[in-house]
Every structure is written in structure tokens, then in C-alpha cells.
Design a protein around this ligand. Structure first.
Ligand code: SAH
Length: 251
């Protein structure tokens, strides 16, 4: 069996119990070395074969997996965060299907959740935003035209922008074009939940300077929106005057 496992955002205690058990039982582990915390591999068996996929092609990864699978080995493909977000797992699963190989996906804590914890923030504040847009700026990997940052920005919702730390000028320009004001609060979260985590807060106008000043080149998220500000309304759920399934309003 092949298990695609979400490693979580960095902190080694943020892998799921299931993910850690599978790692400790695996005969073969292929991990995304550019982002996965290698400390997670300490639970692996001494005799486990551990490969870093950073320098491998899709075909090489599949070849290793299929070879192990044919031998009846337990295989873990370890992806950073949650595998469903920019994990490039679909192409792996489709190729595994051509061999009839069995696989499952074990979710993980995505870095956008790790970033919220680093910020001690809530992405969905009443009367501020009830929507979180997870996206990226188009660079070497293009994004569909309908998903240009400027179009997504027109909603004024909470935005979490992956893979775009080297495209700060473009991000700023498109967000402004989409209607965000120059003083919209932004934050950059570098290595959320890792020991070296850093949080930088500012306004959209200064986004490129913030990135330059702190020499940020990778493993960072840009988050944008009024949820980072001070204004919001109380939730209905805990409002004494609001009745719901589990509680009568007090008069
Ligand atoms: N599947 C991953 C995302 C992989 S794409 C997830 O669910 O988080 C890689 C991008 O994710 C990086 O360029 C960066 O933008 C972001 N990222 C991953 N781990 C991060 C972390 N610990 N802190 C901040 N950003 C992170």
C-alpha cells in the first residue's frame, strides 16, 4: 500500500497520529525535501529506505513507489502541509492507477492554518470576511486567466497567497487593481510553526519592501485582508440574544 501523507507545516508535532504511525512503519519513504521538516523522519525504522524527491522527476518517484509496491512494501510519500494544496499528487495517483497500485491519502495541517496560528488570527470574522481564498500569483506556473489575483481581490475577502514571495511587486499591483486599498493590512508568515518562524505585519503599499528588507525568498505565505485589522462583529453563535439548536436566548 502507498500512503500519501500530509507532513503538516513544519512543527513535527503537527503531523497527524495516523501519519506518524505510517511513517514509523514504512519500508520506503519518499519525502519532499525542499519543505518537509527532516526531523519527522526520526520515527522511521532504521532499515527504512528514505529518498528526497527534491531532485527526482515524477517518473523516478513513481518507479521507486511501484518497485516497492510490487515487493509488498509499506510506502509513505510525504508531502508538506496538506497534500491536496499544491502537492502535485493528482499526477502521481493517475500514474499509479496505470499500474493498478493501491494508495490512500492522509490529510495534514496546511501551512495556511499554521500561518493563522502564528498570527493568532481568525480568517473568517463576522461582517469582515466569511470567505478564504487560497491562491498564488502566476509566475513560471501560470494560473487560469479567470483566477488572476486582481479578479479574486475584487471580493475583498481574506486571501492567503502561496508560492508568491518572489512576485511581491506583481501581487501588490494586482491586489490594488482588484480594489484593495494601499493601507489594507497584510502579513507575511515565514516558516509557520517551525522553530525559526517569523511574522511580519504591515500594509499592502509596503509589501515588496517588507519582503526585501527581511530577505525572504521562500517558505512564506502572504496573507491579506481586513481580518488582520481591529474591526469585526461578535459572532451570533455566542450572542446571549441569539437562539439556536443548543441554546435559548436569554431575555
Ligand atoms: N501543501 C502545502 C503547500 C505546498 S506549496 C500546504 O498545504 O501548506 C509550497 C508553498 O507553501 C511555499 O512556497 C509557501 O508559500 C507555502 N508554505 C509551505 N510551508 C510553509 C510554512 N511552514 N510557512 C509558510 N509558508 C509555507
Amino acid at each position: 500500500m502507498i500512503h500519501f501523507v500530509g507532513a503538516g507545516p513544519g512543527d513535527i508535532e503537527l503531523i497527524t497520529v495516523k501519519g506518524q504511525r505510517l511513517l514509523s512503519e514504512a519500508d520506503l519513504v519518499i519525502y519532499a525535501g525542499s519543505l518537509v521538516n527532516p526531523e519527522l523522519l526520526k520515527v522511521c525504522k532504521e532499515e527504512a529506505v528514505i529518498l528526497d524527491s527534491a531532485s527526482m522527476t515524477l517518473e523516478e518517484v513513481i518507479e521507486e513507489m511501484v518497485r516497492g509496491w510490487k515487493k509488498g512494501q509499506k510506502i509513505v510519500r510525504l508531502h508538506t502541509g496538506d497534500p491536496s494544496i499544491y502537492g502535485a499528487i493528482r499526477e502521481q495517483m493517475d500514474l499509479l492507477d496505470t499500474y493498478g497500485a493501491d494508495y490512500e491519502v492522509v490529510p495534514g495541517v496546511s501551512s495556511f492554518c499554521g500561518a493563522a496560528s502564528a498570527l493568532k488570527a481568525e480568517y473568517t470574522l463576522p461582517n469582515v470576511s466569511q470567505t478564504v481564498i487560497l491562491t498564488r500569483a502566476g509566475g513560471r506556473t501560470p494560473v487560469p486567466e479567470k483566477e488572476e489575483l486582481s479578479l479574486l481581490a475584487s471580493h475583498g475577502a481574506t486571501m492567503v497567497i502561496f508560492l508568491s514571495i518572489s512576485l511581491a511587486d506583481k501581487v501588490k499591483e494586482e491586489l490594488l487593481k482588484g480594489g484593495y486599498a494601499l493601507d489594507t493590512p497584510v502579513a507575511i508568515v515565514y516558516k509557520a510553526t517551525w522553530p525559526e518562524e517569523k511574522v511580519y505585519r504591515g500594509i499592502l503599499e509596503k509589501l515588496p519592501q517588507m519582503i526585501e528588507e527581511h530577505h525572504l525568498t521562500k517558505t512564506a505565505l502572504i496573507v491579506v485582508g481586513e481580518f488582520l485589522g481591529d474591526r469585526y462583529e461578535r459572532s451570533k453563535l455566542y450572542d446571549p440574544t441569539f437562539t439556536h439548536l443548543f441554546r435559548e436566548a436569554s431575555k
